[in-house]
Design a binder for this molecule. Structure first.
Ligand SMILES: Cc1cc2nc3c(=O)[nH]c(=O)nc-3n(C[C@H](O)[C@H](O)[C@H](O)COP(=O)(O)O)c2cc1C
Length: 392
């Protein structure tokens, strides 16, 4: 019998226990930390006898016991088994995204209890992140499982000490036909450099991030926006990096949706800094403003303790990004967005700790250049010729 360590394996400490977590098929299992050494002996196909020899300083029965537990949890795979073939396929497909992305994807896929299984007590009852509470007929649907008791984070993030600008409330016209807005929306990377009015910025912020209505979740009020948001937790806050906005000094601001105000967090915001923050992308210095979407995690985790809920934060950011892009288009602006930014520096500009409140997405908008020099050309014969259009 020859065994090999799973290529898709992550080990960590959780609640004081050493956990071996193979994925996608294995099961997170709390083991003695010596398991890591045993796993090291199975870099390539190895018999348990050979491994025991390699691990000479461990008592043979300890090593054998560990091998049994590691096979059971899927961390050691049998040569020629379906699991071993699957493991190779998974390692090939995830390639350079391993181990971080594959682990995140698979470890948050299942419905594991936060506590890892022990070899003799595997698994636990599944839970779904958006399973509704039983609600009396006619009442509003509950947004999810029971919230943990204790103080709730405020519905709206506030920076009471920040100097603020109350924004104009005159709504800008958003009457452009929906089909025009939808098909006209394009990512812009070239802008005229003309400033955007405070009214336009205010309309974009209110429409995308402001509250639309308030609902009773059974433990208090929640609010809804123009975008769907998991459990209506509204964990995502918006921070504005103003580069060229009439009536607004360049700087970093928090958008307070309750007051419809911008609170100044740090003075100054230059095109060079915007480019730096967006990982050196030249276009990032050209829009009139950037908008950082940052998740205040406790708003989500308090209600949904399963780590899977972090995925919902990412999905929520995507929804807000699309609403932002469509609204900007309807307002005559060119929208842009990027997932490539310097997380900790962006967090610093926005006055965030970068741990409990984390930037997820950077959006931008400005007056679009009449001809976008950075726009990709339409695909022609050569491009189609180089493309496999369909296949299995
Ligand atoms: C999540 C996400 C991240 C993106 N990141 C970048 C980026 O880092 N740099 C960039 O120039 N464009 C970025 N884009 C824009 C895409 O390249 C663009 O959406 C795509 O080419 C399709 O063009 P369209 O938006 O005009 O339909 C991003 C888009 C999305 C949705």
């Amino acid at each position: 019998m020859r065994l090999r360590r799973s290529r898709c394996l992550t080990c960590y400490w959780h609640d004081g226990a050493f956990v071996v977590h193979p994925h996608p098929h294995g099961m997170p299992t709390a083991l003695h930390p010596a398991a890591a050494e045993v796993l090291a002996a199975f870099e390539d196909w190895t018999t348990p006898g050979e491994a025991v020899e390699l691990l000479g300083h461990l008592a043979p029965e300890t090593a054998e016991e560990a091998v049994t537990a590691l096979v059971r949890c899927g961390a050691l795979l049998l040569h020629g088994s379906e699991e071993a073939l699957d493991d190779e396929r998974a390692a090939r497909r995830w390639g350079s995204w391993m181990p971080e992305a594959s682990f995140f994807h698979h470890a948050t896929q299942g419905v594991y209890d936060p506590a890892p299984a022990t070899p003799d007590a595997p698994g636990s009852a599944p839970s779904t992140p958006d399973a509704p509470d039983p609600a009396p007929a006619g009442s509003l649907p509950a947004p999810g499982p029971q919230e943990a008791p204790g103080p709730r984070p405020p519905l709206f993030t506030g920076f009471p000490d920040a100097p603020r600008v109350l924004l104009p409330r005159r709504p800008a016209g958003l009457r452009a036909p929906f089909d025009e807005v939808l098909y006209d929306r394009r990512t812009h990377r070239d802008f005229t450099g003309a400033p955007v009015s405070l009214e336009t910025l205010a309309s974009l912020l209110a429409t995308t991030f402001g509250p639309v209505d308030f609902i009773d979740c059974g433990r208090g009020a929640l609010y809804r926006r123009t975008s769907p948001q998991g459990g209506s937790r509204q964990e995502i806050d918006a921070y504005v990096g103003a580069l060229r906005v009439d009536g607004l000094d360049p700087g970093w601001y928090h958008y307070d949706g309750l007051e419809h105000a911008l609170g100044l967090l740090s003075e100054g915001c230059t095109p060079e800094d915007a480019v730096h923050l967006c990982a050196g992308q030249a276009w990032a210095g050209r829009p009139a403003f950037l908008v950082v979407l940052a998740a205040r995690l406790e708003r989500m985790s308090l209600k949904y303790p399963t780590p899977r809920a972090y995925r919902v934060c990412l999905l929520d950011a995507g929804h807000l990004g699309q609403t932002f892009a469509l609204t900007a288009t309807a307002l005559g602006l060119g929208p842009a967005q990027t997932g490539a930014f310097r997380d900790s520096e962006v967090a610093g500009r926005c006055g965030l700790d970068g741990t409990g409140s984390v930037p997820l997405y950077v959006l931008a908008a400005g007056r679009p250049a009449p001809v976008d020099e950075d726009a990709p050309p339409p695909a022609g014969v050569a491009a189609f010729g180089a493309t496999v259009l369909s296949g299995p």
